[in-house]
Design a protein around this ligand. Structure first.
Ligand code: R5P
Length: 300
């Protein structure tokens, strides 16, 4: 197996390759002055099973474009199979039409990935369970949730916590973690977003958090607004402290600053996205999913 890293996932790809006792394979990514990229595979991949690791993190369009061209370069160089690991699958929040006139952007991404030559997809914690159906190649959904459950077991007394889903869409995820922890109590926030602006309009809470430590579980943190507002609501309702776990640290805009200066005690994320130095902050803790990723690739 030959493993290639795109420019968005160098740290994670290095760890995964190490776990597999492999060196990362060589690819040249040259950026022209206008921003276009030229990709060149620098080793013999004829007949080989190849893996590309590239998150669709910020800037998603650029990272996707680089990935499309890498797949094409591998196909033209004679690779036998091209497995693509997109630890954070960008555009997955646009998996269906919400309002008249919209595109289904994730279908466009899936179409291009398969057209250029992706033979299998690996990714972590999808936003919705329907996402694998959009792809016409095998999809392996991996998860950071068991790692989060272990961490919760180590860091908290389970009798003192309540797990919280920050919106209705996340109940399934929080419930999964609750089951891993022997059915820890659950609470849910019902959040209404303005579909045009993305702003959160209002939020309400179902479940009892008074006197408990609230542990929020989500798939991603983008601007951080959801988490900060959820923490305020939980504290207003009597929670003693709020901790946050999310698989994907998208960290758009000033998410780092917002989270650091919030009422949240600690923000625990996985490394499906390499968090750049400017987005790191003292309350942040990153747990690696490299071992899970390596194991999945080894078993195929
Ligand atoms: C929403 O459905 C997702 O699960 C996240 O809660 C959301 O995308 C987070 O966005 P933000 O951090 O910008 O509030």
């Amino acid at each position: 197996m030959s493993i290639f890293s795109g420019s968005a996932s160098k740290k994670l790809a290095g760890k995964i390759a190490k776990d597999l006792n492999l060196e990362l394979s060589l690819v040249e990514i040259f950026v022209f002055p206008d921003g276009e990229k030229r990709i060149r595979i620098k080793e013999n991949v004829v007949g080989k099973d190849c893996v590309i690791i590239q998150s669709a993190s910020i800037p998603p369009d650029e990272n996707y474009m680089e990935l499309f061209i890498m797949i094409d370069a591998l196909k033209r160089s004679g690779a036998n199979s091209i497995k693509v690991m997109i630890p954070y699958l960008g555009y997955q929040r646009q998996d269906h039409i919400f309002r008249d006139g919209e595109a289904v952007s994730l279908e466009v991404i899936a179409e291009i990935l398969t057209r250029v030559g992706m033979t299998e997809l690996y990714s972590f914690d999808f936003h919705s369970p329907k996402i694998p159906d959009i792809f016409s190649v095998p999809v392996h959904q991996l998860s950071a949730l068991p790692i989060f459950a272990e961490k919760i077991k180590q860091d908290f007394k389970l009798s003192e916590i309540v797990l919280v889903s920050p919106d209705m869409g996340g109940i399934r995820r929080a419930k999964e973690v609750s089951e891993m922890l022997g059915n820890v109590p659950l609470a849910t926030i019902e959040k209404n977003r303005n579909l045009a602006s993305g702003e959160i309009n209002d939020a309400g809470l179902t479940g009892e958090v008074r006197g408990e430590i609230a542990v929020i579980i989500d798939d991603m943190i983008s601007t951080g607004q959801t988490m900060v507002e959820a923490a305020e609501l939980l504290l207003e309702n009597g929670a003693v402290k709020v901790f946050v776990f999310a698989t994907h640290a998208v960290f758009a805009k000033d998410a780092g600053k917002l989270l650091q200066h919030s009422n949240i005690e600690r923000v625990i994320v996985s490394d499906t996205i390499d968090v750049p130095a400017f987005n790191q902050f003292p309350k942040l803790e990153v747990i690696s999913i490299a071992e899970v990723a390596a194991k999945a690739l080894k078993n195929q």
